[in-house]
Design a protein around this ligand. Structure first.
Ligand code: C5P
Length: 232
C-alpha cells in the first residue's frame, strides 16, 4: 500500500516503550526507521536488533566524528547490529570517512552517509570556527569530499537536494530530513524545509520524517499525507 521504502520514520523518543508503540501503530505502512543518539542511548542496541529481526531497515544516525580507528569500530558495531545506514560527519575529513567506508565493507547492506553542514549552522557559525565559506559552498565542498572518500551518499535538506544531485550524479543516496506535510507548518526548519514530493522531485533518494508523523493523532494517515503526490 503506502509503504514505499523511501520514507524513513525518525524514532526520536526517550525510551523503548514509546518507540515500540509507534512502530506497532505504523504496522505495515513503513519498514524503515531512523534511530538517533537519544533513543540508542536510552533503549540500548537491542532495539536495533529487534527491529531488524522483524524485517525493518534501520538507519543508525550516529553522526560519527572521532579518530578513524574509533569511527571504524563504531561502524562495525552498527553493521553487526544489522543497521543499513550509518552517518559520519564530513567535517571530520577524508580520514574518518574513508575509515567508515572501509569498515562497512564487511557488511554488504550497510551504507555510509556523510553529514555536511548541520542545518542549525549559519554562515556566522562557520566563520566562528574559521571557515571562510557560505553554508552552500561548504555543503558542496563536503559532499564532493564524501563522494571522493567512497561514501554511499549524503544527508541534505530539501533545499540542497537538487544541487547535490546535479553535482554528485545519479548514484549516491541523498537522504533528506526536515520534511513537512503538504500544507503543514515548517516550524523550526522553515529555512530549509520542504515536502517529500519536492525533495524527491529535486533528487532525494529517501526522506526522513519525524514529528509530523510520530506526534500525529493518526501516524498512518500522516504518513500517507507525507507521501501524497510523491509517487509512493
Ligand atoms: O523535524 P523532524 O521531527 O521531522 O526530524 C526528524 C529527524 O530529522 C531528526 O531526527 C533530525 O535528526 C533530522 N533533522 C535534521 N535537520 C533538520 C530537521 C530534522 O537533520 N533540519
Amino acid at each position: 500500500m503506502i509503504n514505499d521504502n523511501r520514507t524513513i520514520v525518525a524514532l526520536d523518543f526517550d525510551g523503548r516503550r514509546d518507540a515500540e508503540a509507534l512502530v506497532t501503530r505504523i504496522g505495515d505502512a513503513c519498514d524503515h526507521y531512523k534511530i538517533g543518539l537519544e533513543l540508542l542511548t536510552a533503549a540500548g542496541p537491542g532495539l536495533v536488533e529487534d527491529l531488524v529481526g522483524r524485517g525493518n531497515e534501520v538507519f543508525l544516525d550516529l553522526k560519527l566524528f572521532e579518530i578513524p580507528n574509533s569511527v571504524a569500530g563504531a561502524v562495525r558495531a552498527a553493521g553487526a547490529l544489522g543497521a543499513s545506514m550509518v552517518t559520519v560527519h564530513a567535517m571530520g575529513g577524508t580520514g574518518i570517512m574513508a575509515a567508515a567506508v572501509e569498515a562497512a565493507r564487511e557488511f554488504p547492506r550497510l551504507r555510509v552517509l556523510a553529514l555536511t553542514v548541520v542545518t542549525s549552522m549559519t554562515g556566522s557559525d562557520l566563520a566562528d570556527i574559521g571557515i571562510d565559506a557560505t553554508t552552500d559552498e561548504q555543503v558542496l565542498r563536503l559532499a564532493r569530499l564524501a563522494a571522493d572518500a567512497g561514501c554511499d551518499g549524503v544527508v541534505a535538506s530539501p533545499r540542497e537536494a537538487g544541487v547535490l544531485r546535479d553535482v554528485l550524479g545519479p548514484r549516491p543516496l541523498i537522504v533528506t530530513p526536515g520534511v513537512t506535510l503538504p500544507g503543514g507548518e515548517a516550524g523550526e526548519h522553515a529555512a530549509r524545509a520542504g515536502t517529500a514530493r519536492a525533495a524527491f522531485a529535486a533528487g532525494a533518494s529517501h526522506v526522513v520524517v519525524g514529528r509530523p508523523v510520530t506526534r500525529a493523532a493518526d501516524p498512518v494517515a500522516a504518513l500517507r499525507r507525507v507521501r501524497e503526490g510523491a509517487g509512493g
